[in-house]
Design a protein around this ligand. Structure first.
Ligand code: HEC
Ligand code: HEC
Length: 353
C-alpha cells in the first residue's frame, strides 16, 4: 500500500478532530486561549501594513544599534561575517548560478524585514528590541542596501514610501498545471456534497488493521494500479463527510419492514450473526465484510472487488437479491415497493457504527 494513501487517511483523522472543538473538549485537548494570550503572540506584520506598530527610527540611530547588537554576526555594513547571513548586496545576482538573496536583492516586502527582526533577532535574544529600535535597524538595513538616504525616517507612516527592488519578481503561479486554479475559488464550507458516497473502507485500503495477529484474514485484494489511483481521488473527496440527519418517521416505518428480515438478520447492540450477517453499520460498508460470517463466494468476491453498500446498491440488492447477485445465499424474494426499501435502508442507517 502506498504511503500516499496512508497519509491521506491520517490527515482525514487529524483534520476532523482539530476542526471540531467539541471533540477537543471531549478528549481533554486544552482550553480556548485568552485574548491576552492571543495578543502576546499576534505580532505579525503583514505585507499590507496590518500589524505595524506606531513608531519611527532612522539609519543613523539604526547604525549604532546594529553595531551593538547585530554586527558581530551580520557585519558592520550588513555584509555578513563568515557564514552568517548577508543582509545587504546581491543586486542583479538573482539570475546567477548562485544568487545572493538579501533584503535588498530578493525580499519582496519590507514588512518581512520588520517582522523578522522584531520577532527573531538578535539571534538568541529575540523579542528584546523596542518598536523604535526595529524601525531604526530596518532603516539601517535599507541604507546598507542603498535603498534610502541616511536622513530618511522610517515609520509606520513612511513605510510604503520605500520601493523594494524585487517586489515585481514574485508572481502567482496560476498555470493550469499548478494547484492554484483548484484552490483559488471560494471554499465550500457547508452542504458541499449532496450525496456522500463511501467508496472505500479503511479496512480494505489496509490502513486500519482490524485483525489480530492470530487470525490473519483473507486480505481484501486491491490491485495497486489504476483502481487504487481512482480510489485515491474519491477518498480525498470523502475527507469531510456531511452529516445527514435521519428521518425518524421513516426509521420507525423501516423498523416494521425489518420484521421481514429479522428471521435471518440481527441488528443493534449485542447483535450476532445468524442465518444472515449482523447488519450494524452495513450502510456504507464493504459487502461481505462482517467478521466470522460465512458468505457465499459471490458476496465475498463482490466485496473484495470493492462493492460498497451505498443506499443505491442496497436498493438494487433488496429489490430482488437473486437477480442482483445470482449466487447469493440470501434466500429472500425482495422488497418490491420502493417505499419499503427506503424505509428499511433508513432503519439500517440508524445503526451506523
Ligand atoms: C549570534 C548571531 C546573530 C546576531 C547577533 C544577529 N543575527 Fe540575524 N541572523 C542570524 C542567523 C543565524 C540567521 C539565519 C537564521 C535562519 O535562517 O533561521 C539570521 C537571520 C537574519 C535575517 C534574515 C536574513 C535572511 O536573508 O534570511 C535578518 C533580517 C537578521 N538576521 C537581522 C538581524 C538583526 C537586525 C540583528 C540585530 C538586532 C541580528 N540579526 C542579530 C544570526 C544573528
Ligand atoms: C432467509 C434469510 C434472510 C432474510 C429473510 C434476509 N436476509 Fe439478508 N442476508 C441473508 C444471508 C444468508 C446473507 C449473506 C448473503 C451471501 O453471503 O451471499 C444476507 C446478506 C444481506 C446483506 C449483505 C450484508 C453484508 O455484510 O454484505 C444485506 C445488506 C442484507 N442481507 C439485508 C437484508 C434485509 C434488509 C432484509 C429484509 C428486507 C434481509 N436481508 C432479509 C439472509 C437473509
Amino acid at each position: 500500500m502506498s504511503k500516499f494513501l496512508k497519509s491521506i487517511a491520517v490527515f482525514a483523522v487529524v483534520s476532523t478532530s482539530v476542526a471540531t472543538p467539541v471533540l477537543a473538549e471531549k478528549f481533554g485537548l486544552g482550553r480556548v486561549a485568552l485574548p491576552e494570550e492571543i495578543a502576546a503572540w499576534d505580532q505579525e506584520v503583514r505585507p499590507d501594513g496590518t500589524g505595524l506598530p506606531v513608531g519611527s527610527g532612522d539609519a543613523i540611530d539604526g547604525e549604532e544599534i546594529f553595531a551593538d547588537k547585530c554586527a558581530s554576526c551580520h557585519g558592520d555594513f550588513a555584509e555578513g561575517i563568515d557564514n552568517w547571513p548577508k543582509l545587504a548586496g546581491g543586486a542583479d545576482t538573482l539570475d546567477h548560478e548562485d544568487p545572493l538573496k538579501t533584503v535588498g536583492s530578493y525580499w519582496p516586502y519590507l514588512s518581512t524585514t520588520f517582522d523578522y527582526v522584531k520577532r527573531s533577532m538578535p539571534f538568541g535574544a529575540a523579542g528584546t528590541l523596542t518598536d523604535d529600535e526595529v524601525y531604526a535597524i530596518t532603516a539601517y538595513i535599507l541604507y546598507s542596501n542603498d535603498m534610502i538616504e541616511d536622513d530618511f525616517v522610517l515609520s509606520n507612516e513612511t513605510f510604503f514610501d520605500v520601493d523594494m527592488p524585487n517586489a515585481a519578481g514574485f508572481i502567482v503561479d496560476d498555470r493550469a498545471t499548478t494547484e492554484y486554479p483548484q484552490w483559488s475559488g471560494e471554499p465550500c464550507m457547508e452542504n458541499c456534497k449532496t450525496d456522500v458516497k463511501i467508496t472505500m473502507r479503511a479496512l480494505v485500503l489496509d490502513v486500519t488493521p482490524n485483525q489480530t495477529a492470530a487470525e490473519p484474514a483473507a486480505e481484501a485484494k486491491v490491485e495497486e494500479t489504476a483502481e487504487v489511483a481512482a480510489v485515491v481521488e474519491e477518498v480525498a473527496a470523502v475527507v469531510e463527510p456531511e452529516v445527514v440527519a435521519l428521518d425518524e418517521a421513516l426509521v420507525a416505518k423501516g423498523k416494521k419492514t425489518f420484521k421481514k428480515c429479522k428471521a435471518c438478520h440481527k441488528i443493534g447492540e449485542g447483535a450476532k450473526n445468524g442465518t444472515g450477517p449482523l447488519l450494524n453499520g452495513v450502510v456504507g460498508a464493504t459487502a461481505g465484510a462482517v467478521e466470522k460470517f460465512k458468505y457465499s463466494k459471490a458476496m465475498a468476491s463482490a466485496g473484495a472487488d470493492g462493492l460498497v453498500w451505498t443506499p443505491e446498491e442496497l436498493h438494487a440488492f433488496l429489490t430482488k437479491p437473486k437477480a442482483y447477485m445470482k449466487k447469493t445465499k440470501m434466500s429472500f424474494n425482495g422488497l418490491k415497493k420502493e417505499s419499503d426499501r427506503n424505509a428499511v435502508i433508513e432503519y439500517l442507517k440508524s445503526f451506523g457504527e
